[in-house]
Design a protein around this ligand. Structure first.
Ligand code: SF4
Length: 365
């Protein structure tokens, strides 16, 4: 029998990882790529955490992580779980006893860092607690906090990151614990890509993709997309988090947008032109309002908002529905590739939103 975690036939085709369950969410084994985020409030402020995670859930979050720096945080997990309806992963550093308490207090999964969990005894104790609770563990390797070797810090490199992940996974295997997933994160994009590729070739454990600290929303989302997109297109990555200096809901929206762009998740998209000197109306605010509506409604439509009739009609025709503002104050409304109406520019947004609301009502019955 194949040893759990070892990959056979690496490079022979699309990667098929093993599956673990985090609450009701299946991760790996061909399941859809799930979206994660992390609460960003004082662990003692349960109300604020619940508010953040409810917003994240409304934005499409599948799994949430909370920091567990003390026993109070560990013991608040079941309340957060009940009030958000999300599976909760306890994020533990330095003190393995907190992981044990979190498992006992209803966490749906644990995240531990090989760089600071402790030695084999700590690993065994955490494995026993997770086994008793029936929950998986994520081995979360960060390039900036790799386990020391012979008491010395280890410089970040592809081989060091992969080795840290494999070493700790093997430590859990020695405890007969196999419900693992792994993350190999760095700030550096090429390092993150190379490390995840190397790990995926060596192991069939499910992989959580992300960067350690991507940055503020715009640059962070771009940086994350640069790292995650090539991997996801190669079939590497079973769950993702886009770590931003922003709210959990922003992280989820960024991750969802990435998955929709890559064809890995259904969702709406706005095709809006960049605008230029030929723009006949205020494209940008209209496009923003349409995007907001798609997010709120969950409609999986491609909607075009084009600034003129030079490229507008062609692009708008490829969309499910769209508008192209026109010169001399009149533009066009398209639906299913067909011009359905010519109307004053100032009326186009209202006509478009009317159709989107009808589609949303039909969707929600
Ligand atoms: S669609 Fe028209 S307004 Fe928009 S960028 Fe293209 S040419 Fe300019």
């Amino acid at each position: 029998m194949r040893r759990p975690g070892a990959r056979t036939g690496a490079g022979d085709g699309p990667r098929c990882s093993r599956a673990v369950r985090i609450g009701a969410v299946r991760v790996g084994g061909g399941a859809p790529v799930s979206i994660q985020t992390m609460a960003k409030a004082d662990p003692r402020d349960t109300e604020r955490i619940v508010r953040q995670l409810r917003a994240a859930r409304a934005a499409g979050c599948d799994i949430a992580r909370v920091a567990v720096p003390d026993l109070t945080a560990a013991r608040s997990i079941s309340r957060i779980r009940e009030r958000t309806g999300l599976p909760i992963v306890a994020d533990v550093h330095f003190d393995h006893r907190l992981a044990i308490e979190a498992a006992r207090c209803g966490a749906d999964g644990l995240r531990v860092n090989p760089g600071n969990l402790g030695g084999p005894r700590a690993v065994r104790a955490v494995a026993e607690a997770a086994r008793a609770a029936g929950i998986p563990i994520r081995v979360g390797v960060n390039a900036g906090s790799l386990p020391k070797r012979a008491g010395r810090p280890v410089a970040a490199s592809v081989s060091a990151v992969v080795r840290a992940a494999l070493d700790m996974a093997n430590e859990f295997f020695r405890c007969e614990f196999f419900e693992l997933k792994v993350s190999l994160k760095a700030f550096d994009v090429p390092l993150t890509i190379a490390a995840n590729r190397a790990f995926a070739a060596a192991s069939d454990l499910p992989i959580h993709l992300g960067l350690t600290e991507a940055g503020p929303p715009l640059s962070g989302a771009v940086r994350s997309a640069a790292a995650l997109a090539p991997l996801l297109l190669e079939g590497i990555g079973d769950t993702v988090r886009i770590s931003l200096s922003g709210s959990p809901a922003e992280e989820v929206r960024a991750a969802r947008t990435l998955l929709v762009c890559l064809g890995l998740r259904k969702g709406g998209a706005v095709v809006s032109c960049p605008t230029c000197g030929r723009t006949s109306a205020e494209v940008v605010p209209v496009a923003r309002r349409v995007e907001h509506f798609l997010e709120e409604s969950g409609l999986s439509l491609v909607v075009a908002v084009m600034g003129c009739e030079v490229n507008g009609p062609g692009e708008a025709r490829a969309a499910d529905v769209g508008i192209a503002f026109g010169p001399r104050g009149r533009g066009l409304l398209f639906e299913g590739g067909v011009v359905v109406e010519s109307a004053p520019n100032r009326e186009l947004e209202r006509l478009l939103m009317c159709r989107l609301r009808q589609a949303a009502e039909a969707r929600h019955g």
